[in-house]
Write a protein that binds this ligand. Structure first.
Ligand code: SF4
Ligand code: SF4
Length: 229
């Protein structure tokens, strides 16, 4: 499985904080993930990031769990993946036409005043992106030239560390398809995704947006967290 293959490949730093990180991060609302997925992801990233300050280490792991939930939500709304891979109205590469993996562009930094912790987290996330990208290339994935530098002939090299811009973007074509499938329930989810993808990141809290998860739970009418069953 792609997630575990990369997580397993991460160099170890220290195991010292795994127990603490499991305690802190398992308390998050993770309704779209299974308990064993969550535990392994926390354990591997905690071990890899062991020497980072707890706030930054846990924020990076929290972000990866959030991204994985959005991945699971897109998988669950199966028509999203089908549209993107088979029926995209923006050929040849849809929305992967530019370097959207960059979390902070120079102009963002001029316009916004992020905190020191935010900048530290961006630095850590960017390093993780580089490792995830390199692992995908090591697995034989081939870059598709002239578009986003993380786009290969079989899709994006990033799974757990896509940028906030990439994970929250849904084009009008996909949005209309979701409304056709889920009716009014999709509206709150689409609004939350749009708000999150367009806001300026200033603090550690701005990387994830719990309202997106809550709206997705409502859209899919989840009654009990998958990870706790
Ligand atoms: S989100 Fe829209 S533009 Fe992007 S790949 Fe999917 S269908 Fe194409
Ligand atoms: S990082 Fe991935 S999802 Fe984002 S634009 Fe590049 S190829 Fe597309």
């Amino acid at each position: 499985m792609p997630f575990d293959s990369w997580l397993k490949s991460l160099p170890d730093d220290t195991f010292c904080h795994v127990h603490t990180d499991l305690e802190v991060l398992n308390a998050l609302p993770l309704s779209f993930l299974r308990a064993e997925q969550v535990a392994y992801q926390i354990e591997r990233l905690s071990t890899h990031l062991g020497s980072k300050p707890p706030l930054i280490r846990q924020a990076a792991i929290r972000y990866s769990l959030y991204v994985r939930q959005l991945d699971a939500i897109q998988e669950k709304g199966h028509n999203i993946r089908e549209i993107c891979s088979l029926d995209c109205q923006r050929p040849p590469v849809g929305c992967c036409n530019s370097e959207h993996h960059v979390i902070f562009s120079p102009s963002d930094l001029l316009l916004a005043r992020p905190t020191q912790n935010t900048l530290h987290l961006v630095h850590v996330l960017t390093a993780l992106q580089q490792l995830e990208h390199a692992h995908a290339l090591d697995q034989g994935r081939l870059i598709r030239p002239d578009y986003c530098s993380h786009l290969t002939s079989t899709g994006c090299t990033l799974r757990l560390f896509k940028s906030p811009l990439c994970i929250h973007y849904l084009c009008p074509q996909v949005s209309l398809a979701m409304i056709a499938t889920h009716g009014d329930q999709a509206a709150d989810f689409l609004a939350a995704m749009h708000d999150s993808g367009n806001r300026v990141i200033l603090t550690l809290q701005d990387f994830t947006y719990p309202e997106v998860i809550r709206a997705a739970e409502s859209m899919f009418a989840l009654v009990a967290p998958v990870g706790t069953s």
